[in-house]
Design a protein around this ligand. Structure first.
Ligand code: GLA
Length: 722
């Protein structure tokens, strides 16, 4: 790995990948190449352009920012494509033009202050290039950061915009990354969805004009995950140049692709410019969130595994990062708000008998909350409902051999809460305008330090009051009526971002104060299932949809970028509460054993047969969870395009593997399935179902599944090399 500069060309490379930037004769920063490893001195820019494109005013009509590929394109200085940033100075100047000023190369990777980011544990894991660009007339400097990893095809980018000399200026847009890909035929995938239907794969051909996706919800959102896969047309799991871009950010985002007249495609990702306007006083700077770019020359699978490894080991943090996660029972779908201490303990008794390790008490334990119309913000235990204190309840759980965990929704206030009655100005709303409620609740103004301090104190008190070893951090509505009494009128455009910075501040303080607690993020399921949250919480409640068939889609889509260790997955009751579908316990178990596994139903209402089957599932999962948490992941059969779904995990040393196969939708007279495995050692012999087969047979011929199929048929194969 290295970052070199020769003949005004930066070559950022490792063994498999190159990224080349050129400082042009006019000191523009040009984006020459991104892809499989090359020799940087061998390439040249194509010449394009004619008289109608603007040029620098000299004789070289072929040199024009209108068509040149650029690293961080400015607005209004003759590049008519989408700008990477937009400013307006106190004098109204808004056509800056950045020129190269200086650069610095450092070992390791500097943190992004106040923002989540990928990190290194050792300086020799990565190198960082920082290029400073400037525009004196506009009193502006921009620093571009590029970190390359030695052993992973990862480049992390972000930028920093600095007001050097204006009394003040507004930043109206600041993207984390901008890349100009050469003319070509491309496709892209994004993960679209809705509440309880998150992370569905949507694949499209890139066409002329601008296309993309975004969130304006104040959160990354259920509808569009902040992740883009941009790739050569026709790429698949094992073939093609694939570029994944994941934003380490939990707020409003935007991803665009703009194919222009010469067929090149500008790809950008960053904070959504929607209602974004940041005031920078003299010498103040703005740091964009980080964009993590993963390159694969071999299709989707390699890209996913690179993201998985990076996010599992260099984004997630803390004690639980490298640990297998406890198998949990959550009472939400089992009782909803309607529970008593006796009921909870009856569930816990069964949980403990079948080997479950953690009891999670969900919504309804605080204030007067017996439905979703009240008490958010009143983070005081309801002793009457709990039949005592949380400490006593935790103690009862511990006596049964279970850890105890608790649900919070700390960013909210119910209008019917003591907190809101005492501090109506703490909620986001416009004065004298009746705010829009979602799920009967308002959002607290996390741009305010007093609000953040209050919440940190309340949660600290509760977590300190009992042996609480797990927290589910929920967030159940998107932002409307965005206005903060805390901000002057010329800074209202900072609200969305400052809210997220406030959230990160609270998360940092709480997770630091309770380093042993396992935190799980949640936002009505996957409404904030993004890389930003994973920095604070190593797992996320994937979706409020616990139906096994629906989960095949959701988990398959999510696996493109997020590792299984971050995926909360539970077995729930049938008929399923979201879809009414009845699937077998066996299938529900198989599908849920793909992440942080658990149950979410009333165990005390089940008969012995089901409990015995669950006991076996729990035991089985304990045997495979290490490989599920840390193994390489391969998608084998795509539920979006097939009646079946299959996937597998392979241990890093390739000695063990676990293969899953599920019939999503049976049909009579079905074809035999040749399930071709991946990622094994070709030459090794593996035991599988009492037989011995070579890695190459298993990968090239596959496992033949020729039984008559029925809905919910499923198999898990364990492989062990000899
Ligand atoms: C959200 C979560 C659920 C549950 C409820 C409680 O919908 O996603 O898992 O915690 O809130 O109100």
């Amino acid at each position: 790995m290295a970052i070199e500069i020769k003949n005004n060309r930066f070559h950022i490379y490792n063994n498999e990948m190159s990224y080349v930037i050129e400082i042009s004769e006019q000191d523009d920063l040009l984006n020459l190449y991104y892809g499989a490893r090359i020799d940087a001195e061998d390439i040249r820019l194509p010449s394009r352009g004619h008289n109608i494109v603007c040029n620098a005013g000299d004789s070289n009509v072929l040199y024009s920012l209108s068509v040149l590929p650029q690293e961080y394109p400015s607005a209004g200085a003759s590049d008519f494509r989408s700008p990477a940033y937009e400013i307006e100075t106190d004098k109204g100047l808004h056509t800056p033009e950045l020129k190269y000023k200086s650069h610095k190369i450092i070992d390791g990777k500097p943190p992004l202050e106040g923002l989540p980011a990928v990190y290194t544990e050792n300086d020799n894991e990565a190198q960082t290039l920082i290029i400073t660009m400037s525009d004196e007339a506009h009193g502006l400097e921009v620093r571009l950061y590029y970190t390359i990893f030695e052993n992973l095809n990862v480049i992390c980018r972000h930028s920093e915009v600095i007001n050097i000399s204006n009394p003040y200026m507004y930043l109206n847009n600041a993207q984390s990354v901008s890349i100009d890909f050469p003319a070509g035929e491309y496709e892209y995938i994004h993960l679209e969805g809705a509440w309880a239907r998150e992370k569905h794969i949507d694949r499209n051909v890139v066409h002329k004009g601008t296309q993309g996706f975004e969130s304006r919800r104040g959160a990354s959102g259920h509808a569009e995950n902040p992740f883009l896969m941009f790739f050569d047309k026709g790429s698949n799991e094992d073939y093609g140049n694939v570029y994944g871009i994941s934003l380490v950010y939990s707020g409003n985002h935007r991803f665009i692709m703009e194919q222009e007249m010469y067929e090149t495609v500008r790809v950008q990702a960053g904070i959504n410019p929607f209602n974004f306007r940041f005031k920078l006083e003299k010498n103040e700077s703005f740091v964009t969130p980080e964009a993590v770019m993963v390159y694969s020359s071999n299709g989707f699978s390699k890209m996913s595994n690179t993201f998985h490894k990076l996010y599992r080991t260099r984004l997630c943090r803390g004690k639980w990062r490298d640990k297998v996660r406890p198998i949990l029972i959550n009472n939400w779908e089992g009782t909803y708000f309607d529970f008593t201490k006796e009921k909870l303990l009856a569930i816990a008794d069964e949980a403990s008998k079948i080997g479950i390790e953690l009891f999670v008490l969900d919504d309804g334990w605080f204030g007067r909350r017996n439905d979703d119309t009240s008490s958010l913000g009143d983070w005081f235990e309801n002793k009457e409902k709990l039949g005592g204190t949380l400490a006593e309840l935790a103690n009862e759980m511990n006596k049964r051999g279970l850890k105890f965990g608790l649900w919070f929704e700390p960013e909210m206030a119910s209008p019917d809460s003591d907190l809101y009655r005492a501090h109506p100005d703490w909620a986001i709303s416009v004065s004298n305008v009746k705010p829009h409620l979602c799920r009967h609740q308002l959002i607290l103004d996390y741009t305010r330090e007093d609000v953040r301090d209050y919440i940190v104190n309340r949660i600290t008190d509760i977590l300190g009051s009992a042996n609480i070893e797990y927290v589910k951090w929920d967030m159940n509505r998107n932002m409307s009526d965005v206005y903060s009494l805390n901000l002057p009128s010329d800074k209202q455009g900072e609200f969305y971002h400052k809210y997220i910075l406030g959230l990160y501040d609270v998360l940092e303080r709480i997770t630091t104060a309770f380093p042993d607690v396992l935190f799980e993020g949640c936002a009505s399921g996957g409404g904030r299932n993004d890389a930003g949250m994973l920095y604070y919480m190593p797992q996320n409640w994937t979706s409020d949809d616990t139906d096994a068939v629906e989960r095949l889609y959701i988990q398959y889509g999510g696996s493109l970028v997020y590792p299984a260790s971050t995926v909360g997955a539970h077995v729930s009751a049938v008929p399923n509460h979201q879809t009414g579908r009845i699937s077998s316990l066996s299938m529900r178990g198989t599908v849920a054993m793909n992440g942080a596994f658990g149950y979410e139903l009333d165990l005390s209402a089940l008969g012995d047969n089901e409990l015995n089957e669950m006991k076996k599932q729990v035991e089985f999962y304990k045997g495979i969870r290490e490989i599920v948490m840390t193994g390489d992941y391969y998608r084998l059969l795509n539920p979006f395009t097939s009646r079946h779904s299959a996937w597998m995990y392979v241990s890093e040393d390739k000695k063990k593997a676990v293969v899953y196969y599920v019939v999503k939708e049976a049909r009579p007279e079905n074809e035999a399935v040749y399930l071709k495995l991946k990622g094994l050692d070709e030459k090794a012999k593996y035991t599988i179902n009492g037989e011995t087969k070579s890695g190459r047979t298993l990968m090239n011929y596959g496992i033949v599944i020729d039984s008559t199929e029925h809905d919910c048929d499923n198999m898990i194969f364990e492989l062990q090399s000899m």
